[in-house]
Ligand binder design. Structure first.
Ligand SMILES: Nc1nc2c(ncn2[C@@H]2O[C@H](COP(=O)(O)OP(=O)(O)OP(=O)(O)O)[C@@H](O)[C@H]2O)c(=O)[nH]1
Ligand SMILES: [Mg+2]
Length: 462
């Protein structure tokens, strides 16, 4: 008997964006494009974009009344929020908003919809995705008016993190960020409306749910602290090692460079947030002493603050590196803003003090003229392609040279009774020559001053 395989239907989404005067057309279009990629990473189909120019994003429903009706016509909703949702506005305010909307309708951009004369003929999207962080009550109002589920940019990012987390630590961190995102929105279940009051001893369902979330958050915090203590120990054992970390915007090519530099099989994907865990591998061909390379989670515009906080420990790897390789997708027209976002996040986690090199990656997709412009604009940057073995070899040489410059030559004496420590010496230094006398094995070594000092203490300890 044949078993029919039915694929689950692909959820459809319509993107909604408001362009405020401070945001120019290029940045606005790039932001929508990125949101579209995020939504596709979630596995949804984007059916179109509805955008509106307004002076500000606030207001009960994000969009103006007319645009909201258009949106509702596409999603199959009523276009009406309902009586209890938005506070009554003064007549003057209403007139002002209507005028504002007329003005904005004259200049709106909506590339997907312009080619779609009959809006109602579009397949009905089940999701409305807003390219801004909206308040729980704005989300509720939009859900009521559109009959669709509403997610904002943060919600999409949290959901992607939720799906991509693999390690126990990443899973716990994401669950924590997700609960923090969900808690204030609990009231706005997709069924809509208030939950029934009067549960238990004067506690509503909602309060009960919120209490459960608080308890779970406390539990998660304790579990994470345990894991982080273990990680701290492991990290401090690697303290003296030569460490580089790949950091930067999501999809810039960090994992591709990690693969190329270390010969490891880390995941490379044309997806946003493919990597959520930090992996550490040794540089290949091996340097002496060995150099460890870390691949890290990518950054994104408007990265929710809770996620930045929860990934601080994942990024602690990066903080402890002696050198940050700051990767940027130079073929992206908005690379400058990616650069700025990444710099801000690094600053927020305190990594801006670590020495860094700017890597302008995907140069194979950049014209000769644009390359010259990049060189002029970022004279200290390394232009490269993760796909070019020559470029990767040159990058490896740059990394090795960086550490060579920091290393010193010194002498260590390994007493005959302590030959067991020989591998420790070899792991942390390059042994240049060896000699023997009555005190033990006399080694001329080259390594980081900190590593040599630690080895000397270990060798001297009885
Ligand atoms: N043409 C070209 N494509 C590249 C280059 N480097 C990476 N890519 C592609 O860019 C996409 C993203 O690469 P990843 O290495 O996964 O990017 P990442 O920075 O690790 O991304 P996240 O883990 O999502 O933060 C993949 O499709 C890669 O094949 C490059 O130098 N040239
Ligand atoms: Mg990656």
């Amino acid at each position: 008997m044949a078993i029919m395989e039915t694929k689950p239907p692909i959820p459809r989404a319509i993107l909604v964006s408001v362009q405020i005067p401070e945001v120019d057309d290029v940045a606005h279009a790039a932001s929508i494009e990125e949101l579209g990629r995020l939504v596709m990473t979630l596995g949804y189909e984007v059916v179109g974009t509805l955008s509106q120019k307004r002076d500000e994003i606030d207001g009960g429903t994000v969009l103006g009344k007319g645009r909201l009706k258009e949106l509702a016509a596409i999603t199959g909703g009523t276009g009406i929020v309902g009586s209890m949702a938005v506070p009554r506005k003064s007549k003057a305010r209403e007139r002002f908003e209507e005028a504002d909307e007329k003005k904005s309708n004259a200049a709106q951009i909506e590339p997907d919809l312009q080619t779609e004369p009959d809006l109602k003929a579009l397949p009905k999207p089940e999701f409305v995705i807003v390219d801004h962080d909206i308040s729980p009550s704005q989300a509720r109002n939009l859900e009521r008016a559109t009959g669709a589920q509403v997610l904002d940019r943060t919600g999409v990012i949290v959901e992607i993190f939720h799906r991509h987390a693999h390690s126990r630590e990443a899973k716990l961190q994401v669950e924590m960020a997700r609960l923090k995102y969900i808690a204030p929105r609990l009231r706005e279940s997709s069924a809509g409306g208030e939950r029934q009051q009067g549960y238990g001893a004067g506690e509503s369902d909602l309060e009960l749910d919120r209490r459960k979330i608080r308890d779970r958050l406390a539990e998660l915090k304790a579990q994470l602290e345990d894991i982080q203590r273990d990680n701290d120990e492991r990290r401090s054992a690697r303290r003296d090692q030569l460490r580089v970390a790949l950091v930067g915007y999501t999809n810039a090519g960090k994992s591709s460079l990690m693969r190329a530099l270390t010969g490891s099989e880390v995941l490379v994907a044309d997806k946003l947030f493919a990597t959520l865990d930090t992996t550490v591998r040794a540089l290949q061909p091996a340097a002496k002493p060995r150099v460890l390379v870390s691949d890290t989670v990518g950054f994104i515009k408007k990265l929710p603050h809770d996620l930045v906080a929860s990934f601080r420990s994942t990024l602690a790897e990066a903080l402890e590196a002696s050198l940050l390789l700051f990767v940027v997708d130079a073929s992206d027209p908005t690379y400058e803003s990616q650069l700025e976002v990444s710099r801000n996040v690094l600053q927020e986690i305190g990594a801006d003090v670590v020495p860094s090199r700017l890597l302008l990656n995907k140069i194979d997709h950049v014209s000769e003229a644009d390359r010259a412009a990049l060189r002029a604009r970022h004279p200290d940057a390394i232009l490269l392609s993760a796909k070019s073995s020559e470029d990767v070899a040159a990058l490896r040489a740059t990394i090795v040279a960086f550490f060579e410059a920091a290393m010193v030559e010194d002498q260590l004496v390994l007493p005959y009774a302590k030959q067991g420590l020989l591998s420790d010496v070899h792991e942390n230094t390059r042994v240049l020559s060896e000699d023997y006398d009555t005190s033990g094995r006399i080694m001329k070594v080259r390594g980081l001053p900190g590593a040599i000092a630690r080895l000397r203490r270990t060798l001297a300890a009885s």
